[in-house]
Ligand binder design. Structure first.
Ligand SMILES: *[C@@H]1O[C@H](CO)[C@@H](O)[C@H](O)[C@H]1NC(C)=O
Ligand SMILES: *[C@@H]1O[C@H](CO)[C@@H](O)[C@H](O)[C@H]1NC(C)=O
Ligand SMILES: *[C@@H]1O[C@H](CO)[C@@H](O)[C@H](O)[C@H]1NC(C)=O
Ligand SMILES: *[C@@H]1O[C@H](CO)[C@@H](O)[C@H](O)[C@H]1NC(C)=O
Length: 457
């Protein structure tokens, strides 16, 4: 059972040590926020140092301070979102825990009355129980995650209180340095949050049918890098002989069929494995192993590059065919291409791509035959592969690019309309987008993570 859990480290969070008007700070240095240190528990420490009051100019820069405060408020909002997500997982885990505890007490009853059981059954049950035992401390640890997040929230709240107090007490100073540090801190916080949201796939729920439209095969998606209030949907029906991308302002516009734009791509696409990432569409050009990057903003192809030695045009498709040889996808860590090569005997190859240049940054070879894979999707640098596009499909195999190891697994996925031609994870929504036989569907995923506060990475 231990192998079931991913250990995430380090956990960074913001510990505000307070602002200390100190004689050692020269006035022109302004405020400083140090966010580099890690304490013994592996936490990131943030220290705000304010200049001595009488040494500071009173030039009003309250606008900058206000922005800074707003930024911190935004950070707390992000934490709020994270908190909600974690609580969802937490509830699932709690349910599992109580089920296990129930099983344990039932087991004790049975044990005290064991003559009623055949020895063989009893041994089997006992074996199963023993396998489950290590899960209990793991669940205990999971509970501490929720505590850490609320601590995180408290610390952000404290930081903004201190900043407000400073603003009231001593007016405004030269904030540029502080602003830079807060920007850095924000980036670090985002990294920390990504780590917090990352975890191992435990369960897939749904689907929810968003819309019924198009042919049996197609793709629809949102941009995981878009800002929270940008919910544009892109829609690419059919796997061949098409180059029209339809854009909708929101999911509700998509459901209502209110298009906001259409794009006529310069080249036809192959398959259904396109991805929109950071404002660009990445797709496989028909009858080639060329990946095209098309910018929605400029309406132009900005980059094209061949994915060296990748099979194409139904040489190494997924089980359903449809020129699905090259699968482009994005997760928390960036942009990826999933394909197969002769060199790797038709088995799945994972490459991380530079979103700007489409150059391959890193490559991993798996031992899972691409032609036997139903679909695949990436979460937090781990590739999950389903064994079929038909009824009864399950997530069957996973490959972690972090450890370069694989694992067999058994996570059912409800293939409601019997034929799945697209399945991709969206890190922002933490959902799987699917094209299920002319139905556009969404699945929720439950990710399980353990955070260790000691830094091993
Ligand atoms: C805070 O978030 C709002 C809405 O997302 C945005 O308009 C604003 O620019 C953000 N403020 C800062 C300082 O990042
Ligand atoms: C936040 O400030 C309150 C009141 O000053 C203090 O009790 C608490 O320990 C602080 N929390 C953190 C996490 O720093
Ligand atoms: C997204 O695009 C913007 C410019 O459009 C760029 O500054 C940023 O680095 C890109 N982000 C990623 C993750 O590629
Ligand atoms: C996913 O979970 C959220 C929160 O519980 C819920 O609002 C949403 O409807 C679910 N979506 C799917 C596709 O199941």
């Amino acid at each position: 059972m231990r192998a079931l859990f991913v250990v995430l480290k380090p956990l960074c969070f913001l510990a505000l040590l307070g602002y200390c008007p100190s004689a050692t700070i020269r006035p022109k240095e302004g405020w400083q926020v140090y966010s580099s240190a890690q304490d013994a528990d592996g936490r990131c420490i943030c220290t705000v140092v304010a200049p001595e009051q009488n040494l500071c100019s009173r030039d009003a820069k309250s606008r900058q301070l206000r922005q800074l405060l707003e930024k911190i408020q935004n950070m707390s909002q992000s934490i709020e979102v994270l908190n909600l997500r974690t609580q969802r997982d937490f509830q699932y885990v709690m349910k599992m825990e109580s089920q296990m505890k129930g099983l344990r007490s039932k087991f004790r009853q049975i044990e005290s009355n064991r003559r009623t059981l055949l020895t063989k059954n009893f041994q089997e049950l006992k074996g199963k129980m023993n396998e489950l035992q290590p899960l209990i401390p793991v669940l205990e640890q999971y509970k501490t995650d929720a505590t850490l997040i609320s601590q995180f929230k408290q610390e952000i709240r404290n930081l903004s209180l201190v900043l407000t107090a400073i603003q009231e007490e001593i007016g405004a100073y030269d904030y540029e340095e502080l602003q830079q540090r807060v920007l850095g801190l924000e980036g670090r916080l985002r990294n920390c949050m990504n780590k917090l949201t990352c975890g191992k796939l435990m369960k897939i729920t749904g689907p929810v049918t968003v819309k019924t439209s198009g042919t049996r095969f197609g793709a629809w998606m949102t941009d995981p890098q878009a800002s929270p209030n940008n919910n544009k949907v892109w829609y690419m029906d059919s796997y061949t002989n098409n180059k029209i991308v339809r854009e909708y302002k929101s999911v509700s516009d998509f459901v209502a069929g209110v298009e906001s734009r259409t794009y006529n791509l310069p080249f036809h696409w192959a398959g259904t494995n396109h991805v929109v990432y950071n404002g660009s569409l990445y797709y496989n050009k028909y009858q080639s192993n060329i990946i095209v990057r098309y910018s929605f903003e400029s309406g132009r192809v900005t980059t094209q590059r061949a994915l060296e030695s990748a099979g194409f045009h139904n040489v190494y498709p997924y089980t359903w065919g449809g020129f699905s040889d090259i699968d482009l996808m994005a997760d928390e860590l960036g942009l990826w291409a999933i394909y197969a090569t002769n060199q790797n005997a038709g088995n799945i190859v994972i490459s991380q791509l530079d979103p700007l240049t489409i150059q391959v940054l890193n490559t991993w070879n798996t031992e899972y035959s691409k032609r036997n894979a139903g679909e695949s999707f990436m979460i937090c640098g781990t590739l999950y592969i389903t064994n079929s596009h038909l009824t009864g499909a399950k997530v069957y195999y996973s490959y972690s690019t972090k450890t370069s190891t694989y694992e067999y697994m058994d996570i059912p996925i409800h293939n409601q309309y019997f034929h799945m031609s697209m399945l991709d994870y969206n890190a922002r929504d933490r959902a799987l987008y699917g094209w299920n036989n002319g139905h556009q569907v969404l699945f929720n995923v439950t990710l399980f993570h353990i955070i260790k506060t000691d830094d091993e990475s």
